[in-house]
Design a protein around this ligand. Structure first.
Ligand SMILES: [Zn+2]
Length: 220
């Protein structure tokens, strides 16, 4: 067969697999569904999620789990995350056995250049941490003063709806840091919240902040 025909055939097979959600790996033991994280990594679901997935729902129930049709399918706001049948995870993608919501995609260290602040090393307004918007990469600068102002505070810069949506998402972080700071991306208006730990009380009155998670909701 002509090499171009072989390539074409492979391409068609790939398209069919992608669209129809054919089995992408050999059947194996384990729970029927797994979870695809925001960054495309795949992990096993925990027992709470299993119950949620096995419960019966009315077809119109808004609480029904969202199940992806194939690995590449996206939510209306173009995010890859969601539950997926194990058998539809492409064979070259590893399924993480750690169900403890590692939240790699929420890990702020992937989005900024500085996550540790200390009153003895950092000035009020510099150096800053440039936090990239997870949606459009536009940077927002955060300094020591901002973090100090918002520590242990419930004050949110977001509209109530966005605030609630992010707070809901935050419930999935195993140990929620004690402080947060939030804003709308200046470019794409994505509601963004940084969770950080305010620490302090050392012998020399040292204190500071540790940026930990970044959560977003898209604004329509
Ligand atoms: Zn943005």
């Amino acid at each position: 067969m002509h090499p171009i025909l072989i390539l074409l055939l492979l391409f068609i097979i790939f398209r069919v697999l992608k669209t129809w959600g054919f089995p992408m790996r050999l059947p194996s033991a384990g729970f029927k569904y797994v979870y695809v994280e925001f960054d495309g990594t795949v992990r096993e679901v925990d027992s709470e999620e299993q119950q949620y997935l096995l419960a019966e729902y009315h077809p119109n129930d808004g609480n029904r789990p969202y199940i992806k049709s194939n690995y590449w399918s996206r939510t209306p706001d173009q995010k890859i995350h969601g539950y997926l049948k194990r058998i539809r995870v492409p064979w070259w993608i590893n399924i993480n056995t750690d169900t403890s919501l590692s939240f790699t995609a929420f890990d702020i260290t992937k989005y900024c250049n500085k996550w540790y602040f200390n009153n003895e090393q950092d000035h009020q307004t510099y150096p800053v941490s440039d936090v990239a918007c997870p949606n459009c990469q536009t940077k927002t600068s955060v300094n020591f003063k901002d973090l100090e102002k918002h520590q242990h505070s419930d004050f949110s810069n977001l509209k109530a709806d966005d605030h609630n949506e992010i707070a809901q998402l935050a419930k999935r972080i195993p140990e929620l840091p004690n402080s947060f700071l939030d804003y709308y991306c200046s470019n794409c208006q994505t509601a963004t919240r940084i969770y950080y730990k305010s620490w302090g009380g050392g012998k020399h009155g040292e204190y500071g902040f540790l940026l930990q998670n970044i959560l977003t909701v898209n604004v329509e």
